[in-house]
Each structure stands twice: as structure tokens, then as C-alpha cells.
Design a protein around this ligand. Structure first.
Ligand code: PPS
Length: 562
């Protein structure tokens, strides 16, 4: 299928679109539209209507019996569904409002998403990311209908590596590749993957297509920019002219066995004759009780049943393990008895990356490790936030200032101080001290701190931040891009009030200032602070030193800094 129309028809559709309802596609829907328009989802010509949808859920087949394992549906909210008419059109636009395609509305229906989850994923457990997305993040109406494509979504990254199915098929012809084995991946490729793909190509007597997913993968995966640089670094490890790297803008569902069948169909559309299925293909991992959603070789079993009908040959693989004495990777069922084997799990790898620890050469090629390290620098090079919380007059600003000076003296990273008073002047001047306003104020501080941290700087924040929930939000926001340390300046209220540097406590007691923290407004003591300081007994210098020592122990400052 090629659903893109010619220029004349595209202009006609653009003119007509003035009177049609519009829908801005979500990132996942954008991926689906790209694969539909380019023919990656052939033989589909659009989003599934009710009969096809029911067939796919119940028996993995479209209404006309064609094998198709994953529902490709367009979900929209009630207000959009309410404006649709059967026989009408819906303009599908990207995030900037550019019309990519027109949907000829054939059906609008409300799916039973619980039943869909059970049928497609075999579970309604929300720890499965595909199920969580379906039940919590999809709109309640599906719109079925044929698509006319105006143009494909635009990608500004890695243009030479992006090919439509037709382009890739033409390239195989030009290269004289008659047999092509595709390798699907959503992770960086290490030595085990390289060995596996090389063996697969030899076994199938085929050339190799490294075909990583760059659309939507599992939450928490290494970002696709880093991964693609890793694949580019790895490609010269294959014998010359035998392997090709191309990107697949797919939104994965993590549906294990059904997804393996789907992946094989997609690769056939891209011109491949063989498809590698390893251990736990497209598996979402384990549920809340540690039990895997799918058996390690369920995907191989399901594809095995359908490969003849599909006309794609599966190349099954066991897990690859490292033989220490031979310095070699072999499938786990070929390990000679008594040999010493080694492996690093995905979790362990993520931990090593986060901690800035070494990735051994037996595990990954140094050129790949270098790319991973560039986007996951050692802690001493990552940004971090130190977030102070405590009553007014507890000493937050004084300690934050002392800490800032010490960090500037050390050098190496830019430091920004987001002091309570400063923030209220520049970022939150319109806000008061209601819970709602305080939360908004802390969210703003958190947003700025997260940006600074993500970009490798140090943010020191010193608001009162009396509410635990919003402090937790900030921790989560900042931690995505670097370190977060909560410092509770726990100077008791009596001491703060006795000092009353700004005369505010006297005013609060007299009722002149309302909603004053500790007097007429709550302060929720943190239970998750990494450092607790009481300035009754600790000087600002000692307090700053204590935080420096903590940061050193955590690896954020140290020998490699500066
Ligand atoms: S919050 O709750 O985190 O949004 O507060 P913050 O932005 O840190 O602002 C606290 C400073 O504002 C002054 N101030 C008050 N504090 C608490 N309650 C009330 N009602 C209030 N009104 C004014 C006070 O000087 C705080 O500064 P610090 O440095 O904490 O003493």
C-alpha cells in the first residue's frame, strides 16, 4: 500500500479541509499514520472499523481473514467524536497543525478496552505498559475509515537512515540483496546482539537489516538519539557491504507473541525475507509479583505457527551468553558443560550507566560504550539540584548561599541559586500564600531546577515548600535528568520565632500577616530528606560542609570534577 496521493489531489484535499473537523495526532498516532501511509502496515488502508477490530482482537484476523495481530485504531475524545459524521472527513494533523492525511469516516464506535487488553495482551494488569496506555491514556472513541495521505510526518533527525518500505525495497534490489534478515531492537546493541545477528545472517544465507524502532518504545528505554549513534558506531563491526541500518518509526505495544507476528508482517512490507526472534521478543518484563507476562519463547512459538502463511521465515535465537575462557558469545543451549559464563542484565546495565560505572569490553564494544557514556556521563559530570525546605527564618538561604560559594570555588559546573525571595520577585510575583499558590510556586521552581539539572548545571533551591506532595513531584521531575538532594533545615519553630530576623513572626502572631507557615499555616515535615540540619547547633559553614560531604559520597562532586 502507498496511501499518499498526488499533488493535485493533495491540493484539493487541503482546500476542502477548511470545513472539516481536525484532530491533532498524538505521538503514537503519528507513528501509526506514518506506517499506514508508507505501506509499513500493508494491507491496511486506514484505521480499523468495528468488524476488523473485533476480528483482530478475537482471532488475530481482519474481517476478510487476513492475518493481523494488533488493532490499529484511532482514538479520539468525546468532543471530537461528537462532531464526526459517517461519510464525512476528519483532517489528521501533526503537532504544528500541518495536515498529514484525511480520514474518510466510516464508523465511530466505543470499544470495550478491558476486553481489548485481555485479548491482545492476555492481561488487564496495568503494570504492563501496553495495557496501562490502552486503559489510561487512550480516548474512549475509535474512528474507523480509509486514509488519503498528503505527506509523511517530517523527521529532522538522521534523514539518511529513514526509508519508506518502497525505498528500502528498491535499495535491496539495487544492492542485489535477494534474502534479507531483519533484526528488531529497542535497546542499544552490544556484543551479544552483534554476534547473534551475524550468526542469523549466516544461517539464513542472507544480508542483514538492522531495523531499530525509533518511534515509541517502553518507558525508561535509552532515548533513540543515543541508540542510533550506538548503532552507527557498531555497523563497521559487520563484514563490509553485508549489513544495512535503517530506522523504523513504529509505536511498539510490548505485546510479546502477537507483537512478534506484527513485526514480521511489517518487515515483510519493508522487503525482508527473514526475521530474527530472540528470547522474550517485545516482552514487557514481569508483573507486580515478578512473574513474566509471557514465556521466554512464546513469541517464537506463535510466529512459527504463522510463518508459512505470512511468507516470512523466522530465524529463532536462544539467549546469547559470554564464555569467559573463549572470549566468545554462544547461544545458551550451546554452552559446553563446565564453562564459565557471564552476562549483564538490562537492569544492571541501566544501574551502571546511571552510576557512571565502567561497561566492560567483553560486554560492549568500546565505540558503543563511548556513545552511551556521552549521554550518560558519570555522576561527577551530571547536573544536580539541592532543594532546601524549612520554616521561614530556619537558615535555608544562608546555608544555600554558603554552599553556592563553596561550589563556585570548586568550579566545573555553573551554579544557580533559586532563593525563595528571589523566585517570588522574578518568577512568582503574582502569587500569594494559599496552598494552591505555594504549590504553583514550587512547581515553577522545580521546572527551572529540572532544566538546569538536565543540562548539567547545579540548582540550589531555598523555598519553604511546606507540602510533601509537591516536593515529591519536584524530586521526580529533577531526577529524570540528574541528581536530587532534599535538605531539611529543621531549626525548631521556637528558635526561628525567637530570632525573627524579618519581624514576620511578630506580625503573624498579631494577625497582621495571614497564612504564615508554622503559625497559622501548616508545614509538613519531610520524611525523605537526605540531609537534616538544625541551625541551633550547626553554623552555616558546617551545614554547607555537611552537604558537600554528602554530595561527595554520592559521587556528584569528586576527583573528576572540574
Ligand atoms: S513557599 O511556601 O515555599 O511558596 O514560600 P516561599 O516562596 O519560600 O516564600 C516564603 C518567604 O515569603 C515571606 N512570607 C511568608 N512566608 C510564609 N508564610 C507567609 N504567609 C508569608 N508571607 C511572606 C517570608 O519572608 C519567606 O521567606 P523566608 O526566606 O523563608 O523567611
Amino acid at each position: 500500500m502507498d496511501l499518499l496521493v498526488d499533488e493535485e489531489r493533495a491540493n484539493e484535499l487541503k482546500r476542502g479541509s477548511r470545513d472539516w473537523p481536525s484532530w491533532d495526532l498524538t505521538p503514537r498516532q503519528l507513528c501509526d499514520v506514518e506506517l499506514l501511509l508508507g505501506g509499513g502496515f500493508s494491507p491496511l488502508r486506514g484505521f480499523l472499523g468495528r468488524d476488523d477490530y473485533a476480528g483482530v482482537c478475537e482471532r488475530m484476523r481482519l474481517a476478510d481473514d487476513t492475518l493481523w495481530p494488533i488493532p490499529i485504531t484511532l482514538d479520539v475524545p468525546d468532543d471530537v467524536a461528537g462532531r464526526l459524521e459517517v461519510g464525512g472527513r476528519l483532517a489528521l494533523r501533526d503537532a504544528e497543525g500541518v495536515m498529514l492525511a484525511v480520514l474518510h469516516v466510516e464508523e465511530v464506535y466505543r470499544p470495550d478496552r478491558m476486553a481489548e487488553a485481555q485479548a491482545v495482551y492476555g492481561t488487564t494488569d496495568r503494570t504492563h505498559p501496553g495495557v496501562a496506555h490502552l486503559l489510561d491514556d487512550t480516548h474512549p472513541n475509535y474512528v474507523g475509515g480509509r486514509l488519503e495521505g498528503i505527506h509523511l510526518p517530517v523527521h529532522y533527525d538522521f534523514p539518511p537512515l529513514r526509508r519508506t518500505p518502497a525505498q528500502l525495497r528498491a535499495e535491496f534490489v539495487e544492492l542485489g540483496w535477494r534474502h534479507v534478515v531483519a533484526f528488531q531492537t529497542r535497546n542499544p546493541m552490544h556484543r551479544a546482539h552483534q554476534e547473534l545477528t551475524l550468526r542469523a545472517a549466516k544461517e539464513a544465507e542472507a544480508n542483514l537489516l538492522v531495523h531499530p524502532v525509533t518511534g515509541v518504545t517502553k518507558p525508561g528505554d535509552v532515548d533513540h538519539y543515543t541508540r542510533v549513534r550506538c548503532y552507527q558506531a557498531l555497523m563497521p563491526r559487520y563484514p563490509r557491504y553485508t549489513a544495512l541500518l535503517s530506522l523504523l518509526p513504529l509505536a511498539m505495544r510490548m505485546a510479546g507473541p502477537r507483537e512478534a507476528v506484527w513485526h514480521a508482517i511489517i518487515r515483510k512490507n519493508y522487503g525482508c525475507t527473514h526475521f530474527i526472534v530472540g528470547r522474550d521478543h517485545a516482552g514487557p518484563g514481569a508483573d507486580g509479583n515478578g512473574i513474566p507476562f509471557y514465556g521466554p519463547y512464546d513469541a517464537q512459538a506463535l510466529l512459527r505457527k504463522h510463518e508459512a502463511e505470512l511468507g516470512v521465515q523466522m530465524v529463532p535465537f536462544r539467549m546469547m551468553v559470554y564464555l569467559q575462557d573463549q572470549d566468545q558469545y554462544v547461544p545458551e543451549d550451546e554452552v559446553p558443560e563446565g564453562s564459565r559464563v557471564a552476562s549483564i542484565s538490562g537492569t544492571e546495565l541501566r544501574r551502571r550507566l546511571a552510576d557512571g560505572r565502567e561497561l566492560p569490553e567483553w560486554f560492549t564494544f568500546p565505540e558503543v560504550a563511548r556513545e552511551l557514556r556521552r549521554s550518560h556521563p558519570a555522576r561527577a559530570k551530571q547536573g544536580f539540584t539541592v532543594f532546601f525546605t524549612g520554616l521561614s527564618g530556619s537558615g535555608k538561604s544562608t546555608i544555600a548561599n554558603a554552599l553556592m560559594v563553596k561550589l563556585l570555588e570548586m568550579g566545573g559546573r555553573p551554579v544557580t541559586l533559586l532563593d525563595g525571595d528571589l523566585v517570588r520577585k522574578h518568577l512568582s510575583s503574582e502569587l500569594g500564600f494559599s496552598k494552591e499558590h505555594r504549590d504553583l510556586n514550587i512547581h515553577r521552581i522545580g521546572f527551572v531546577a529540572a532544566e538546569i539539572t538536565k543540562n548539567g548545571g547545579i540548582a540550589l533551591c531555598a523555598p519553604i515548600a511546606p507540602y510533601a506532595a509537591v516536593r515529591r513531584d519536584v524530586r521526580a521531575m529533577v531526577s529524570r535528568g540528574g541528581g536530587f538532594t532534599l535538605v531539611h533545615v529543621a531549626t525548631p519553630l521556637e528558635v526561628c520565632e525567637q530570632r525573627d530576623r524579618k519581624g514576620l513572626y511578630a506580625k503573624a502572631r498579631a494577625g497582621i500577616i495571614k497564612e504564615f507557615t508554622g503559625i497559622s499555616d501548616p508545614y509538613e515535615e519531610p520524611e525523605d530528606a537526605e540531609v537534616v540540619i538544625d541551625t541551633t547547633t550547626t553554623s552555616p559553614d558546617e551545614a554547607a560542609q555537611e552537604i558537600i560531604l554528602y554530595l561527595e559520597r554520592q559521587g556528584y562532586i569528586g576527583m573528576t570534577n572540574g
